[in-house]
Design a binder for this molecule. Structure first.
Ligand code: RAM
Length: 345
């Protein structure tokens, strides 16, 4: 772990500082949980997803620094129904706070409102719930930058000529749907540039490796598809494996974990991709939760707080009318830097 951190610090010159802060053991600057049972619960989209586990690593680490008990929960598959059950159980247990990566923007609202009415602060991270279902949201990176960067990458990869397909997560995933909206805007706003790189299809692999594999195979049946954008780590890995196995000339980009995608970047299947530091998102979520629990903040625009060693963070207005705390910028991974990054996350 120590070596990884040193490596991360060595690379920090090209990264935004926020992406790497939070490596120390500082306390959040507040008291420990004053309400509830001293447990900060984290609800994953699904417990199989390695990305969720990385985010939770950071959450767990920060909870330990703060002095509260972290709890990892989540359904086996990325659906909202089981998440509702989990929220209800956590409310009954009297946890101190709930941080959720949502499988649906609206479906969790009654359960989360009940949690907040019971005095349990609720935040979303990664994939947002609607503004009335949360106190604030932890936003990994600007959704507009992510969406536009992915279309621009696909365009460059096919030299301005060739159909684009998107392999997403679930059809209800708030984060993927927002990124796809920005991808479509980038295409619509620049019709001349993208005249020969149309969006051919959006497929949903549900963040399930088996479904993501069969959806990729189906996309390859369409000869117009020349590049696949997978804005999900699970989709990226599945698509990479299919393309590599078939020795396909179709290229891949998207949002992938460097530790999983290194072989596909090294062999050119995926010329480059983007992501952010998932561990950092988990840490920031725990510190934001702690500031809410201790009533240092309420989740309103303009409030600031100290997120442990990450430092000072501000609550800003989110595009959905609610509020958010921004983590950083998306970062590009390619042949030049993947060897170092695959060791980090
Ligand atoms: C998957 C999940 C997650 C997303 C990442 C990029 O692991 O769908 O929500 O943020 O990919």
């Amino acid at each position: 772990m120590k070596i990884k951190r040193i490596l991360a610090i060595g690379l920090a010159t090209v990264m935004s500082a926020a992406l790497f802060a939070g490596c120390g053991n500082n306390n959040a600057g507040g008291d420990t949980a004053s309400k509830g049972n001293g447990t900060y619960a984290f609800i994953a989209k699904d417990v199989q997803n390695p990305y969720m586990q990385k985010v939770y690593e950071g959450f767990e680490e920060a909870c330990k620094d703060i002095g509260v008990t972290p709890l990892y929960k989540g359904p086996e598959a990325a659906t909202p129904e089981k998440q509702i059950e989990i929220i209800n159980q956590l409310v009954a247990q009297g946890v101190s706070g709930i941080a959720i990566t949502a499988n649906d923007q609206d479906a969790l609202q009654p359960a989360l409102e009940e949690a907040m009415a019971a005095g349990i602060p609720v935040i979303s991270l990664d994939s947002a719930v609607n503004k009335d279902s949360r106190m604030t949201h932890i936003q990994q990176a600007d959704p507009e930058k992510i969406g536009r960067a992915l279309i621009q990458a696909a365009y460059e990869m096919v030299d301005g000529e060739g159909g684009i397909a998107i392999l997403s997560a679930t059809a209800q995933a708030t984060n993927q749907n927002l990124w796809i909206e920005w991808m479509k805007k980038e295409l619509e706003e620049n019709p001349d540039k993208y005249a020969k790189t149309p969006l051919v299809k959006v497929a949903y692999g549900d963040d399930d490796p088996t479904k993501s594999t069969s959806e990729t195979q189906a996309l390859l049946q369409n000869p117009d598809v020349k590049v696949i954008i997978a804005p999900t780590t699970v989709g990226m890995l599945a698509a990479g494996k299919v393309l590599q196995d078939k020795k396909s000339s179709v290229l891949l980009t998207g949002l992938g974990l460097p530790s999983e995608m290194a072989p596909f970047i090294e062999d050119g299947t995926c010329p480059w991709m983007y992501l952010w530091n998932p561990v950092e998102i988990g840490r920031l979520s725990a510190y934001t939760m702690n500031a809410l629990v201790n009533e240092e903040i309420t989740g309103a625009v303009g409030e600031t707080f100290t997120a442990g060693a990450i430092g000072e963070k501000a609550i800003t207005e989110a595009a959905d009318g609610g509020t958010e705390v921004m983590v950083g910028d998306p970062f590009k991974f390619d042949k030049d830097n993947i060897a170092q990054w695959k060791e980090v996350y």
